[in-house]
Every structure is written in C-alpha cells, then in structure tokens.
Write a protein that binds this ligand. Sequence first.
Ligand SMILES: *[C@@H]1O[C@H](CO)[C@@H](O)[C@H](O)[C@H]1NC(C)=O
Ligand SMILES: *[C@@H]1O[C@H](CO)[C@@H](O)[C@H](O)[C@H]1NC(C)=O
Ligand SMILES: *[C@@H]1O[C@H](CO)[C@@H](O)[C@H](O)[C@H]1NC(C)=O
Ligand SMILES: *[C@@H]1O[C@H](CO)[C@@H](O)[C@H](O)[C@H]1NC(C)=O
Length: 207
Amino acid sequence: MGMSPGRPRPRVPWLLAPLLVVAGATATQPRRVYGVLGGSVLLSPVLPPNKTVKEIEWSFSAGAGATIEVAEFGPGSFKRPDPKDRFKDRLEMFNETALKIGALERGDSGVYGARIKLYPTLVEDQSFNLSVYGPVPAPEIQHRLLSLSTQGCNITLRCWVPAGSDAEASWQLGSSPGTRWGQLCEDGQTLCLAVAASALNSSYTSG
Ligand SMILES: *[C@@H]1O[C@H](CO)[C@@H](O)[C@H](O)[C@H]1NC(C)=O
Ligand SMILES: *[C@@H]1O[C@H](CO)[C@@H](O)[C@H](O)[C@H]1NC(C)=O
Ligand SMILES: *[C@@H]1O[C@H](CO)[C@@H](O)[C@H](O)[C@H]1NC(C)=O
Ligand SMILES: *[C@@H]1O[C@H](CO)[C@@H](O)[C@H](O)[C@H]1NC(C)=O
C-alpha cells in the first residue's frame, strides 16, 4: 500500500497522506501504530470515561518471542522492571496513560500490551501493533504525454522511489468520486490516463 507513514512528507503537490488503516480499539484486534526508524511513537490507550487509572503494566512481544514486561505506570511513578532490556532508556511515561518509545529501531516492531487497572477493581487490556519503517525517500513523479488532441490526452504518470527502500508507491484518484479515467498500466506501477479535455484539471495523488 502507501509509503511508510509517520513522517512529514515532502512538499510535492501530488502526494497525499498514505492511507492509514487504524483499527478500532477492540478487545481482540491490536490497534495499528506506525513509526519511523529513529523517530518516536506514542502508545495511548483509550480509557472509559470517568474512570481513574490506578496503574498500567506495559508488555512487549515480537513475533514468536516471549512477552516481557517493559514498564509500569503507578500513581506518579514510572518503573522499568528491566532497565537493561532492548529499550534501555528509550521508554518514557508521556503522561499518566501514554507510553512514548523513542529512537525507534526495527526490532521494536511488535505487539505492546497495556494492562490497565482502574479504580476500584476494573482491569482492562488494550494492545498496539507497532510497525517501524525506514524513512521514506523523496519520490519522483515522471510524466509522459502519449497523445494529445482536442478531445483530450493520454498520459502516463510514474512515481519512483529508490530501490531498496521500504516504500512502495500506489496511485489513488484524488478528485471527486466521479468518473475514473485512470488505470494501472501493464507494468502495474505506472498510471495510464486518458483524460477528456473537459477534465484536464483533475489531480491524481500518489501515496
Ligand atoms: C496522554 O496523552 C495523550 C496524547 O496526547 C492523550 O490522548 C491522553 O488523553 C493523555 N492522557 C491523559 C491522562 O492526560
Ligand atoms: C501486526 O501487524 C502485522 C503486519 O504489519 C501482522 O502481520 C501481524 O499479524 C499483526 N499482529 C497482530 C497480533 O495483530
Ligand atoms: C487514448 O488512447 C485510447 C486507447 O489507448 C484511444 O482510444 C484514444 O483515442 C486516445 N486518446 C487520445 C486523445 O489520443
Ligand atoms: C484547476 O484546479 C485548481 C486547484 O484545484 C483551481 O484553483 C482552478 O480554478 C482550476 N481551474 C479550472 C480551469 O477549473
């Protein structure tokens, strides 16, 4: 799908924020969270209204690895059960409920659990599925006019991202949900457009 999210995008007019699918905080499905290598993310549980947090235990598990407890939020306190674990000094208590992970590494990708204890006796589990991506290089959009007539024109647009980066390019029609003139060309990456003269002002976005 889109390029790695979570980073200010270059000022190229055709670029649109990538489509982030953020699943709701249901009990079973972890919320998707994206981070960029070297950046930081905030894991912020959604609390039921009018409840006071007693404590939050944060855990981490990557793939098939064991689940480890990485932080404990108490009333005005922040504890790291094992300060020598993979996170070292990169975890912070952002506020009473949100955990901040800094200087993100690829190995930080995984599922973070928050066991939230609320007054008086309620216990709630929420989880976050973090994916850490490499920074997205500035893409380059190339266009080629194939034919032009009074009826309109046929053009191709191609969005390049450097090979070896995490980014993938995809195309999306950015104007109104009306007529679609574009389709992917045979190479599956270039956008082939047959644009009627009346519609020459449409813009397409690559994300
Ligand atoms: C903590 O910060 C997050 C992100 O800014 C915010 O959504 C959340 O409401 C804050 N929680 C508290 C208890 O202030
Ligand atoms: C977390 O997201 C990855 C995709 O980035 C997916 O493969 C994995 O199954 C997800 N894990 C859970 C527990 O939902
Ligand atoms: C664009 O290409 C289509 C088919 O490839 C062709 O039928 C159409 O006439 C072309 N339009 C213009 C304006 O050249
Ligand atoms: C083309 O689009 C731009 C930006 O959406 C708008 O400002 C301009 O008025 C449009 N021009 C025409 C001829 O529709």
